[in-house]
Design a protein around this ligand. Structure first.
Ligand SMILES: C[S@@+](CC[C@H](N)C(=O)[O-])C[C@H]1O[C@@H](n2cnc3c(N)ncnc32)[C@H](O)[C@@H]1O
Length: 230
């Protein structure tokens, strides 16, 4: 029954309507506001889904990656004339061709990825970042003060790697020198807890993009997770 209900979220208009109905769109808007994007900046949105928050962005250069064809088709139909949408997982092989990113969005993604996949992705995001660039992530989390309903929501999320904030922080600190975050609870209409995390200052700035570019063949690829279940 639960699996069937989760499967319905692959129906894109239903996913978008549900996000708005429960107020999850407000969380996305908050992440976007925190980035303080300026027109002309380059934004990479990894796990962009249908990118239903696209209209909230200023006139940036936007590149969205998602492994789900239905989400990418939906996004392309609406905003394909103003943005680039790619139906693939981002990988080290993209280092050579992608522009440097002023901001990387990872909204609702890390809790779908294992520790290794998350570490690879965060490392890649760090390498793709322009000087002064910032990364923001938003994920369902476990936290001590959450009530029973919120805990149930975390336990039954489609993502199979819902963590405590410390778990997300430990992964981020491997790739960034400046990391902080906060728990957001009571912000959606259904009790749920989220971890919003801000990342700056790539940890290995000496391994700059040029080096990463040269070594991209040997960097571990960040493998896509097909058909994630949130
Ligand atoms: C919970 S949705 C979030 C979508 C959107 N960012 C949002 O906030 O509404 C997670 C998305 O990550 C995508 N995804 C999962 N693994 C991925 C991967 N390895 N590469 C790219 N996208 C991935 C899924 O297809 C799904 O659309």
């Amino acid at each position: 029954m639960l699996a069937w209900a989760k499967g319905l979220l692959g129906h894109v208009p239903l996913y978008v309507a549900l996000q708005r109905a429960i107020g999850a769109d407000q969380l996305r808007n908050r992440c976007i506001s925190e980035l303080e994007l300026k027109p002309g900046e380059c934004v990479l949105d990894v796990g962009c889904g249908p990118a239903y928050y696209f209209e909230r962005l200023p006139a940036v250069r936007y590149i969205g990656f998602d492994t789900d064809r239905r989400y990418i088709d939906y996004a392309r139909r609406r905003w394909g004339d103003r943005a680039e949408f790619r139906c693939e997982a981002i990988a080290a092989t993209h280092l050579a061709e992608l522009p440097q990113a002023d901001a990387v969005l990872l909204m609702g993604l890390l809790h779908h990825l294992s520790d290794d996949e998350s570490a690879n992705l965060l490392n890649l995001a760090a390498r793709l970042l322009a000087p002064g660039g910032r990364v923001i992530s938003l994920d369902t989390c476990f936290e001590p003060s959450q009530g029973r309903i919120s805990r149930w929501m975390s336990e039954n999320d489609r993502g199979r790697h819902v963590r405590q904030p410390e778990g997300f922080l430990a992964l981020a600190r491997e790739a960034f020198d400046a990391v902080d975050g906060e728990i957001l609870s009571g912000v959606t209409r259904v009790p749920s807890s989220f971890w919003l995390m801000r990342m700056r200052s790539p940890a290995h700035s000496s391994t700059a993009r040029s080096l990463a570019h040269a070594r991209s063949e040997s960097l571990p690829s960040w493998q896509g997770v097909a058909n994630p279940s949130t």
